[in-house]
Design a protein around this ligand. Sequence first.
Ligand code: AMP
Length: 438
Amino acid sequence: MSSFRALGLAAPILQALDEEGYKTPTPIQAGAIPHLLKGKDLLGLAQTGTGKTAAFALPILHYLLETPRKATPRGARVLVLAPTRELVAQIGDNFAAYARHMKFSYAVIFGGVGQNRQVEAMKRGVDVLIAAPGRLLDLVGQGHIDLSTPEIVVLDEADRMLDMGFVHDIRKIVARLPEKRQTLLFSATMPASIRDLAHSLLHEPETVQVTPESSTVDRIRQAVLFVDSAQKKEALMMLVNNDRVVRAVVFTLMKHEANKVAEYLSKHGIPAAAIHGNKSQGARERAMQGFRDGSVRVLVATDIAARGIDVDEVSHVFNYDLPNVPEAYVHRIGRTARAGREGWAVSLCEAEQRAWLKEIEKRISKAVPVITDHPYHSDDAQNSTLPPPVLGGGRGRGGRGRGGPSGGGRGRSPRAASTRPSSSGRGGAGRSRGRRSS
Ligand code: AMP
């Protein structure tokens, strides 16, 4: 399926997607949307960064447009469960962005902030309620939310919800939902516990999987170089300055860092370009074109921007920064060794990111070989026991304040005011455009 239009989505949604700059559906979107529009249950195996939020949000909005109905007080027509406050807020932002040309109301619910605004937001009922399980059950227990109304239920990042110990909460929530409903479950991994959960919640589901094939990952030769943070650029230069590096993608966490790294490499004679969300479409396209035709040897990208890189001959992936989400590592390194080729994935790891490497090694079930005979190798970084950095929220996904909204949104016009939450964590309500980092 090559376009959102061909998928059959309604005009107000297509217009919003156009404004978002989405040109073609991602694989999870192309795979999931047709099933969801038919009302089927779905098991989606996809990690963050694949476009999975839109994969469920778009057909849900289409359904709301097709079957307009008033939400009942304290009820929601659609319930989305997600593990963390950040993810709940992000999903809310995405819904609001895609629904900007339609009548639409939503609320976001999570713990760690006062409940009053959330209760208030649910009084009249909403089209879509996005909630973390714990606080949701709290409010249900207090009689502020009625779970007997959702027509569609989504469990997002189900594996993470189970990891975080939400299984009983989820069961309690599900027990209160109507039997007749459409259910979607998204998970990055498929352990037995998820298989069981899917089996008990989904009715004759379709399965759509977009995680990289493990055979591809197995073909990638991985290595890590422990470095001092002050020497990362020099270390990267040395790694890239090798004839075997034909085409490389370098990942950074931050947009400004992507710029700095690309500038540094260019200054030292290595043709490089950065791509991220602050670059214009034209600049991104020029960088991609240069990367394809070989005039740009190194593309420096943030995770989200890298989604658009579909070049087969990437010989190397360098993680200038490690990702804090282990799945993102698998996704990043899957940029190389495509189409049966071999590929290298070399990560720089500074002391602060040491803890993330351990998580990654758990995820890929093996230790990443360490390069020790290198001038920039740092024992200190290798032996670091520092806790991982506390991120100012939305890292790699846009500079979200850590507060996140605690209330809901009842946007009635495309330009309705948005009281974007501040980092005070007091929350706000409204239609807010999701900010994106790349
Ligand atoms: P997600 O996997 O839902 O976290 O989405 C990752 C990022 O990809 C988000 O910033 C989305 O805005 C963006 N995105 C989702 N679908 C598309 C698309 N079809 N084209 C371009 N960007 C997209």
